[in-house]
Design a protein around this ligand. Sequence first.
Ligand code: CMC
Length: 423
Amino acid sequence: MSEALKISTEQVTLDLPITDGTIKATDLKAVPTSAGPLATYDPGLMNTASCRSSITYIDGDAGILEYRGYPIAELAANATHLEVAYLLLFGELPNATQLAAWDKEVNTHRFVHENVRGIIQSFRYDAHPMAKLMSGVASMQTFYPSARRIDDPDARRMNIVRLIAKMPTLAAWSYRQSIGRHYVYPNDELGYVDNFLAMLFQSQQRVYRPDPRVSRAMEVLFILHADHEQNCSTNAVRAVASAGNDLYTSAGAGVGALYGPAHGGANEAVLAMLREIGSVDNIGAFIEGVKNGKARLMGFGHRVYKSYDPRATIIKKSCDDVFAVTGVNPLLRIAIELEKVALGDEYFVKRRLYPNVDFYSGLIYEALRFPPEMFTVLFAVPRTAGWSAQWLEGVTDPEQKIMRPKQIYTGHRARSVVPIDAR
Ligand code: CMC
């Protein structure tokens, strides 16, 4: 059944075809208005599809998240992060031979050029690791100029592999620089996640071997964070890519977007909030403050999920696994009680605000002794798989154009410059 939207104004009547639940925004230009051709006003792009994508499917009302059609819970229970990265990039789960080759391909590219080490080293001792990561990622196109050949499939694949492989190294070194420890080089004997943990935590000559429960919990967290369709940072990656940019330049913008407290920075903000609350006894007053607009309940609410965030459900289970190794984080009690109070409060119920992925992930990271500044970095490392897949899809999509939204101009017009001594 073909659908159409009938628009009638004093001047025209138009039937605009509806395809995939959307009209083409440029079709509206056929409708004249006193301010020029009709356009849409959509701050935050809340009701605008900016691309076609076959990577990640979300149904926010039903709490569904699928990568290439596979439910997130099944992937979290059965796959590794690199397996999921392969799925996101190439559309299918690898067989055993393909996975072994993929693991090897990625894991042999984990070293970074020594000059990148110099870039990270040159930051001030208290620089946020996300700023170091952003610079490290952006700098990589200067070390791998082939990345600029975005029309060359071999160059695209090579640089995707490089970025996914080197991201943990950049992230771990950004952390080690903050604490003034020597940099740990990648270890070929360790898998993607264990190697990352070793580069973060290994001290002196001891060989770092994480508890398998911690390692699996990190793997699950990586899978949950691997992609999330057109979120703020992915949109930033695609927008920068739409100007013809390489993966590193585009992903650098993604790291910047993710840094924001309304996006990936929320897990860091959750911990700060739980500390500020300090005790279960203070929850009531804090919730009242949120309802009066004094603060936001960080880790709650989502632009898309309006029933529950399926990632939050899986993370809660990972919390149990990690706390079995590390002991229970005292802030967990506050978090559980806070969630209970909020879920029973009309303010949050009416606005359909539920815990999102960040509500519990910060507790796990803290239990693993990561400082809060590292939380968003731990989001950025796995999200690199999604950014890469989305970048690839964007730069190979013949329908894509340079992103260049319109504006509604609200300023002055056609003024004359008054000489400076007469102003
Ligand atoms: N605490 C209190 N009130 C809230 C919250 C919150 N966390 N989130 C939304 N609201 C209220 C908001 O005040 C508004 O109320 P009213 O209609 O009375 O003005 C209503 O709910 C709708 O909020 P909104 O800001 O229009 O919703 P949005 O879709 O623009 O924002 C959000 C989504 C995630 C930015 C927001 O919910 C938020 O700031 N949450 C806290 C930060 C957070 O946890 N971010 C992580 C998101 S998940 C990780 C990721 O994917 O990046």
